[in-house]
Design a protein. Sequence first.
Length: 308
Amino acid sequence: MDNTSHEAANPTMREDDEVLDLMALSSKIWQGKWLIIGVTAAFTLSSAVLVLILTSWYRADVLLAPVRATSADDLASPLGSLGGLASLAGITLGGSTSEPLAVLQSRDLAREFIEQQSLLPVLFARKWDAKSARWTPTDPKDWPDIRDGVKYLVEKIRTVKDDKKSGLVTLTIEWTDAKTAADWANLFVDRANERIRARALLEAQANVNFLQRELATTSVVTLQQSIGRLLDTELQKLMLARENKEFAFRLIDHAEVPKWRVCPSGCKLWRWPHCSAERFPFTWCSCATQFAAGAAVLLAPIRRTSNN
């Protein structure tokens, strides 16, 4: 009778062997408890060192409610069948929130924000000599330009989230200084509203000028009445754009100076060289990983022996 049939005929013996194996394993782990403790302590100590040496990152959020384009739907409602005439004149009667949201997420707005705030030396402080006010790399090809700044801001600092259910928009700025993060978030929203408002002013003024010229040249009464109603709509849009600073986004919650750091806990890989470290160590996950590392070191000889 071979070993397999012998074990099948003696299930009690097989259970005893499993109990003995578990006892031997437990004994082995207990004997190497100081090794496991040492490995865990080493990982914990290294994590604590990271907390002290890595740069802190803070998050500031602005909660926004998109505004329909100067309530153009309400203004256009009494115009009836004048949509065709308005289209020929290049006038948009309806409005939506998709364009303001696209502007908020655009690279052009990010470029304008960087240029107005002179942020290139701030974004790339490691390559900037503040005393001599020049870039430290000797080769001009290594100097950051506006394209690098826009890429860095759009991909790693600014985040825009659109909640489809509530219709609210959250703009997030993450930076190494808490007050700067809050200031940038509020300024970014102001810049977006101002940019969209300025464009609406130009469009509305151009439409008003066009309609006034057409009204002066036509002698058809019905056409004069139609143009007059369109002109009234554009004048109302012009008035709203001039008086309303929160033209595209109504501010629900402005960004406050954050109290707690958000990085490196849950830190993105690209930010690892910059992270400071509240997020990374001292979690159950990291403790389990540290213990598993110590146990793996201890049990490696046992696995090799069993395999042989």
